[in-house]
Write a protein that binds this ligand. Structure first.
Ligand SMILES: [Zn+2]
Length: 267
């Protein structure tokens, strides 16, 4: 191969650099892409296991848990959950998942296997099986009639940002369209899109108390800004818009715009 004589002819040098750098760049991009796909497959599998176990542990219904796990995993074309089992053995919920991730340049694929367990707990969902709006006895009512917590309020590890951050509300798992009810009487201060939150409703209950309902699909929203609502009124349905990996309601309680632990209000 002729020696690379950079800068002698501007045009020639640029061509040599291009010929060397372009394949390297393409290779690097492919390796990065593979790493991203693999990482996402692992995160989705973990989310599926976590939610399946939580729902099964709180409802005692493995079928329901599996369903939630599958919706939390999502519908991805480049990798699939090959095997997913959720079962109750004695007092323990055991979920196992196998996710198959195709690898670039290889005929075989990588299979990620993981398992999660949790004890079956006393049912939190005191409204289970009811399609009636939950009235509740707290200052505010639970916003769903089957309140299954898939992620609690509090500090949590953010895998993407690599730091602990406040999860400013409670996540309730549930299929798309599950009715969401106003937690109290009030006025809709905002109904529309918010970055990160997706389609969002914010209700002002007076005295600085506000509730926020996030990640809905626009066609499930039943109220608009300025509307008066009453406790238990069907205002929207569970969706997965904004920064959301699967259908759930992100529910916040705020006092003077500062997030509070919703459990102190709804239970
Ligand atoms: Zn959330």
């Amino acid at each position: 191969m002729a020696p690379i004589r950079l800068r002698i002819s501007k045009k020639g040098a640029a061509t040599v650099e291009f010929v060397i750098i372009l394949p390297l760049f393409i290779l690097l991009a492919m390796v990065l892409w593979q790493a991203v796909v693999l990482g996402k497959a692992v995160l989705d599998t973990q989310a599926a296991l976590r939610d399946a176990v939580k729902v099964t542990a709180t409802t005692g219904d493995a079928e329901k848990g599996k369903e939630q796990g599958e919706t939390s995993f999502g519908d991805w074309s480049n990798y699939q959950m090959k095997d997913f089992t959720v079962e109750i053995k004695g007092e323990e919920v055991i979920a196992k998942a196998e996710t198959e991730v195709p690898m670039l340049f290889m005929k075989s694929s990588y299979t990620y296997t993981s398992e999660a367990q949790a004890p079956v707990v006393q049912s939190l969902n005191f409204y289970a099986g009811s399609d009636m709006p939950p009235i509740g006895t707290g200052e505010l009512a639970p916003p769903v009639s089957n309140p299954i917590i898939t992620s609690d309020y509090g500090m949590r590890w953010h895998p993407v940002r690599g730091e602990y951050r406040l999860h400013s509300g409670i996540d309730f798992g549930g299929p798309f369209g599950t009715p969401i009810y106003a937690a109290g009487d009030g006025i809709v201060r905002y109904a529309g899109w918010r970055t990160g939150y997706g389609y969002t409703i914010e209700i002002d209950h007076g005295g600085g108390l506000m509730t926020r309902y996030a990640h809905m699909e626009s066609h499930y929203m039943k109220v608009s800004t300025g509307e008066q609502v009453t406790r238990g009124q069907h205002i929207a349905g569970i969706g997965s818009t904004g920064w959301s990996t699967g259908p759930h309601l992100h529910f916040e309680v705020l006092v003077n715009n500062i997030p509070q632990d919703p459990k102190q209000y709804i239970y």
